[in-house]
Structure formats: structure tokens, C-alpha cells
Write a protein that binds this ligand. Structure first.
Ligand SMILES: Cc1cc2nc3c(=O)[nH]c(=O)nc-3n(C[C@H](O)[C@H](O)[C@H](O)COP(=O)(O)OP(=O)(O)OC[C@H]3O[C@@H](n4cnc5c(N)ncnc54)[C@H](O)[C@@H]3O)c2cc1C
Length: 439
């Protein structure tokens, strides 16, 4: 078979790898000048750094398998993560049950209640029971008003902005249930990171696809998917800024966000289009500071104080050896805004100026001359909003057109989006394509 794949992120590359592993020809078109999509990297201090912070949980077995299959297993390390919570003007340790017991902003009874329910969530496999209730409602009812106000509401507002009270409890269950797999009883969590970087994993994946007879194009934007007789026949694309050209395939797999896919196929029937259009996404906006010294001692710092203009501080070099980045310290300041928001549109320098004064609240010694350089990235389609009863609204991978398939992050459920699930989905959809072709 000849299969055209739109998107060179985790899903598109995994699909192409699976197809070429089984002797088929897969051709990947990636609009950006690099592979890896949301998990792509750029150069900092001589090393490759993710545009958005990335790590793996122990439960991310499909990514681990991919890394091993590509011969990069030796570069995968499992490291202790140091997690904190910024609340009431200070950083609290927030990694173990003991840390929770010591978290004095909540009355002791509330801490115990929070701990018991968190433990029960970690042990609950049946996520379907959370489908019909929002995380806001559930946490307030079960964990109490104070825990909701101090921990969950700021977290949900930070991650989902104005949609904070619409997010399903299934989403929060996924975060808590899967995260615990990265932690042994009463021990600190370990997170995985390929020391060669996520970008390199996906570059090597692209090389493997090419060695197996596939092709991978970057700077290659698909303009429309061509439909004839109720089936996809291929697509029209520009490669390297050249003229539009038609490419013919036996099947097409699109891995773009839904709002791009609907533009690529104007002929989509109304019912399927409506499902796709009901999917809402938030973008991610990242300011990355390259510092000459550490800002905090934490890898992951949740900011439970909405007077700060960012929702998380991920100090990458508090988990990954800074030697990889020329000895510099790397700090991500993160937000998940709507693409129509002012924050999304802000110029990098303006955003930096807005953020800087607040860093002194995190570390009173912080001074702007610690900054060696900074970077700014916007990642569109970063976080689908998972509302209540979301399971009923997931679009099928098989679209209404024969030989046209969709595999994007809105179809990952009940887990939250992540490289692991895109890899798993990309491989599954590739197998679906091969199965359908065999009748
Ligand atoms: C800030 C941030 C932090 C994250 N942290 C983690 C983490 O710690 N661990 C983890 O596992 N995951 C993490 N993720 C999530 C993970 O990166 C994504 O879920 C995953 O990479 C998505 O892969 P994908 O292939 O499904 O989609 P994408 O990576 O979005 O790939 C889709 C590709 O399609 C391309 N495209 C779009 N339109 C066209 C077109 N017309 N023609 C050609 N190409 C097109 C895009 O350029 C893109 O490369 C994070 C994401 C963000 C934003």
C-alpha cells in the first residue's frame, strides 16, 4: 500500500513506522521545518531542548517501546522528580503523602480527607463513574471546599482558563491514576527522559522510516485532501515553498488538530463535521529562561496562586543534567491560553516583562541579569478540553470517506494527551488501515 500521512509528530511518525515495518510505503508530510510536532526540540547551549517541557511516566510503555525499537533505549533515564506547590507566598514540597500531611494551609482534617480521596482515586480503575461529573464539582464534594479552593480550582483555572468548571472528572482521574504508576508506595516519583531529547527520538524515527522505504518531508504543507467517489485519493501539498502538487495514495491518515482537518476536507458530511467542530483546544505559551544559576530547587512547581501570571514553573535542569545545555539552567514558565486571548498574542518581550517581577515572589534573590537568553514558543492545539460525557463525542478514526483516517489528540481518552498515547494511536490506526485494505 501507499499511505500518505499528514503531520510528522508522534502520531504520524508512529503510523509511518508501523506501515514501513510491515513492508508498506508511507510518506509523511510535516508543515514545520522540523519533526516531532508538540514534542519537537530546538538548540540551547549546544543541546536539544523541547519547545514545551517533556518527560515520561512509568505507564508510558508505548513510548518506551518506541525508544527501544529505535535503538535509543540506553539514553532513557528514570530520574527522581522534585514536585512543589507555590501557595501563600512560599514553595511547599508536594511529592509524597507525607508532604501532603505537612501542608498546613489546609486544616489537618482536610489534609487527611484530601489524602484519602487521592489514594482512592489512585486505586480506582473504573473511570466511567466519573464521566458525568465535572472535576470542580467532584473535588469540592468529596475533598471539601478548602481543598478545592486552595489546590484544585487554581490548578483547573491554570490549565483550562475560562473552561475550568467544565472539565470532566475523568480528566483529573487520568492525571492522578496514571501518575501514581510513576511512584512506588510512599516513595518519590520517577520520571523518564531520553537524554538524546524527544526531538532526536522523532528524528531517528524519521530516518528509520526512510531506511525502510518510506519518505519524510518537512516544510511540506498539505493544502487539501482530495476526495473522489466517496474515497480519499490523496492530497494536494506544497513542499519547501514550491508550487502545489497532487500526491496519490491508497489511504490517507491525518494527524492534525480537528480544526485544521475540517479545513482540509470541505466535503465532510455535516454530522461528522459537527463532532469535530465541537472539539475545543487550548494553546500552550512557553517562555523559556536560560539562566546562569537555579531559580528553585524543584523540577515541577504548580503555581496555585492566580495573582501570578503563569500556571507552572518547570525547571528542566533540576531533573536533567545541565551539562547537556552548556552548563546553563533551564526554566519553563507556562500557560495554556485560548488562541483568541491577549496572552496568546502578546509579543515575547512584552510577556517576559510581565512575568519577570513575579519571579521575585518565587525566589526573592532573582535578578534579570541571571538571564543569559530567553525563548518564546506558542504551541497550537496543545490541550483538548475534555468536558463531561466526552466519551460520547469522540470522532471515529474511520471518517465518512473511505480510505481517509483521522488520528489526533481529541481521540485520546480517558487518558490525557501525551506522546505515549499519540504513538499508541498512530500505530493502531496504521493497523486499521492495513486491516481495512485486506478486507
Ligand atoms: C507544553 C506541552 C507539554 C507537554 N508535555 C508532555 C510530556 O511531558 N509528556 C508527554 O508525553 N507529552 C507531553 N505533551 C503532549 C505531547 O507533546 C503531544 O500529546 C504529542 O506530541 C502529540 O503528538 P501528535 O502527533 O498527536 O500531534 P502533534 O505533535 O500536534 O503533530 C501534528 C503535526 O501536524 C502538523 N500539521 C498540521 N497541519 C498540517 C498540514 N496542513 N500539513 C502538514 N502538516 C501539518 C503539525 O505541524 C504537527 O507537527 C506536552 C505538550 C505540550 C504542548
Amino acid at each position: 500500500m501507499r499511505v500518505g500521512i499528514i503531520g510528522g509528530g508522534a502520531a504520524g511518525l508512529a503510523a509511518a513506522l508501523e506501515l514501513t515495518n510491515r513492508g508498506h510505503c508511507a510518506e509523511v508530510f510535516e508543515a514545520a521545518p522540523f519533526l516531532g510536532g508538540q514534542a519537537s526540540t530546538f538548540e540551547v547551549g549546544g543541546g536539544q531542548l523541547e519547545r514545551g517541557y517533556h518527560h515520561l511516566f512509568v505507564s508510558d510503555t508505548d513510548m518506551v517501546e518506541l525508544i527501544n525499537e529505535l535503538g535509543l533505549g540506553d539514553s532513557l533515564e528514570w530520574l527522581e522528580s522534585r514536585v512543589g506547590l507555590f501557595y501563600d507566598g512560599r514553595i511547599w514540597d508536594f511529592a509524597t503523602p507525607l508532604d501532603l500531611l505537612r501542608f498546613s494551609p489546609l486544616p489537618l482534617a482536610q489534609r487527611i480527607r484530601l489524602g484519602v480521596w487521592t489514594f482512592l482515586l489512585q486505586k480506582t480503575r473504573n473511570w466511567r463513574r466519573f464521566e458525568g461529573v465535572t472535576a470542580a464539582e467532584w473535588t469540592r464534594r468529596h475533598m471539601g471546599d478548602a481543598a478545592y479552593r486552595v489546590i484544585w480550582e487554581p490548578m483547573l483555572r491554570g490549565k483550562f482558563g475560562d473552561y475550568y468548571d467544565q472539565v470532566s472528572m475523568t480528566w483529573l482521574w487520568g492525571k492522578i491514576y496514571l501518575r501514581v504508576a510513576s511512584r512506588k508506595r510512599m516513595q518519590k516519583e520517577r520520571l523518564g527522559y531520553p537524554m538524546c531529547s524527544f526531538g532526536t527520538v522523532f528524528d531517528v524515527c524519521g530516518e528509520r522510516i526512510a531506511e525502510q522505504g518510506g519518505r519524510v518531508h518537512t516544510g511540506a504543507r498539505v493544502q487539501r485532501i482530495n476526495i473522489a467517489g466517496g474515497a480519499a485519493t490523496g492530497f494536494t501539498a506544497t513542499v519547501g515553498g514550491g508550487p502545489e502538487q497532487d500526491y496519490e495514495y491508497d489511504a490517507v491518515i491525518a494527524t492534525t488538530p480537528s480544526y485544521i482537518f475540517t479545513r482540509l476536507v470541505p466535503e465532510l458530511p455535516d454530522a461528522y463535521r459537527a463532532v469535530l467542530e465541537s472539539a475545543q483546544y487550548l494553546a500552550a505559551v512557553l517562555v523559556i529562561l536560560v539562566l546562569d544559576r537555579p531559580l528553585t530547587s524543584k523540577y515541577w512547581l504548580n503555581v496555585a496562586d492566580r495573582s501570578l501570571p503563569f500556571v507552572g514553573i518547570i525547571e528542566h535542569t533540576n531533573m536533567i543534567d545541565r551539562i547537556l545545555y552548556g552548563g546553563n539552567h533551564i526554566v519553563y514558565l507556562t500557560n495554556y491560553p485560548d488562541r483568541s486571548s491577549e496572552l496568546y498574542r502578546k509579543e515575547p518581550a512584552e510577556l517576559l516583562e510581565e512575568y519577570l517581577p513575579h519571579l521575585r515572589r518565587i525566589n526573592p534573590h532573582f535578578s534579570r541579569d541571571w538571564i543569559i537568553e530567553y525563548h518564546h514558543h506558542r504551541v497550537d492545539g496543545a490541550q483538548p478540553i475534555i468536558g463531561v460525557n466526552y466519551g460520547d463525542r469522540i470522532p471515529d478514526h474511520r471518517t465518512p470517506f473511505q480510505s481517509l483516517y483521522l488520528a489526533n489528540t481529541t481521540q485520546i481518552y480517558p487518558e490525557d494527551r501525551g506522546t505515549n498515547y499519540s504513538v499508541r494511536m498512530g500505530r493502531q490506526v496504521a493497523r486499521m488501515v492495513m486491516g481495512d485494505a485486506n478486507g
